[in-house]
Design a protein around this ligand. Structure first.
Ligand code: PEP
Ligand code: MN
Length: 264
């Protein structure tokens, strides 16, 4: 079902007037994690003002260590839904377990599967019937074939609204957090009709690389970007402040992107 042979036309996912795929550029911006109602509201306002269409933010965070901040949970979902509604943005949030799919689908417009869960098959199966579009992140050691097979689980469950997200893979390089695989963008678009989104924040782990890799992703044909932005990155509750843009950098980036592709 994910294959371009089976479905030659690009899949276009349409939600509240925003089209994802088929030559439109969509930008999803926001913090790594929802931290408070005030934080997500402030950031949502800036995301909207910059011209992005989707607010990102994790209420459930997949942390490498069990003692790290794990997200504020359902309360965060509610805060983000309110901020999205108030500022006229769609919302995307990560869901980590099948048990939480229904509640996340109740509050968010798009559900995100994180890199660590790309092959959580029970989760993927459950997302097949969640009724909301899904952004599936590539596992950090997954081949294109494994990635597309993971998407296939969601499609086979009856949900045709799947986006593929390249978020960097593990290589021998340690300067960057991951290596953003730009080739994945045209390769996945040739193999599949699903929209391809690039995540230069997790793909590089370094703020100063986010803008150049965003532009490179768009030049490579990405259908959208998911970018971390924070009003106070040095004090963010996850370690992802180092890769989060300041609001003014985010606004400048969107202006530059508009020269490359019209923002839907
Ligand atoms: C995130 O989007 O904050 C995140 C945890 O991403 P990934 O699953 O790509 O690490
Ligand atoms: Mn993050």
């Amino acid at each position: 079902l994910a294959s371009r042979d089976f479905h030659p036309e690009d899949t276009v996912i349409e939600m509240k007037g925003v089209k994802i795929g088929g030559g439109n550029l969509v930008v999803m911006g926001g913090p790594c994690a929802v931290e408070s109602a005030e934080q997500i509201d402030d950031i949502a306002k800036l995301v909207k003002a910059a011209g992005a269409q989707v607010l990102r933010g994790g209420a459930f965070k997949p942390r490498t260590g069990p003692y790290s901040f794990q997200g504020i949970g359902v309360e965060g979902l509610i805060m983000m839904a309110e901020a999205g509604k108030k500022h006229g943005l769609l919302t995307i949030t990560e869901v980590m377990t099948p048990e939480y799919v229904d509640i996340c689908a109740e509050y968010a417009d798009i559900l995100q599967v994180g890199t660590r869960n790309m092959q959580n098959f029970d989760l993927l199966r459950k997302l097949g019937s969640c009724g909301k579009p899904v952004l599936l992140k590539r596992g950090f050691s997954a081949t294109y074939d494994e990635f597309l097979n993971a998407a296939e689980y969601i499609l086979a469950g009856g949900n045709q609204n799947v986006m593929l997200c390249e978020r960097g893979i593990r290589t021998f390089e340690t300067y960057t957090r991951n290596t953003l695989d730009l080739s994945a963008i045209p390769v996945l678009q040739s193999l599949s009709h699903l929209p391809v989104i690039s995540d230069p924040s997790h793909g590089t782990g370094r703020r100063e690389l986010v803008a150049p890799m965003s532009k490179a992703s768009v030049a490579a044909g990405a259908d959208g970007l998911i970018v971390e932005m924070h009003t106070d990155p040095d004090n963010s509750m996850t370690g992802d402040g180092v890769q989060s843009l300041f609001p003014d950098q985010f606004a400048v980036l969107l202006k530059e992107l508009e020269q490359l592709a019209p923002l839907m």
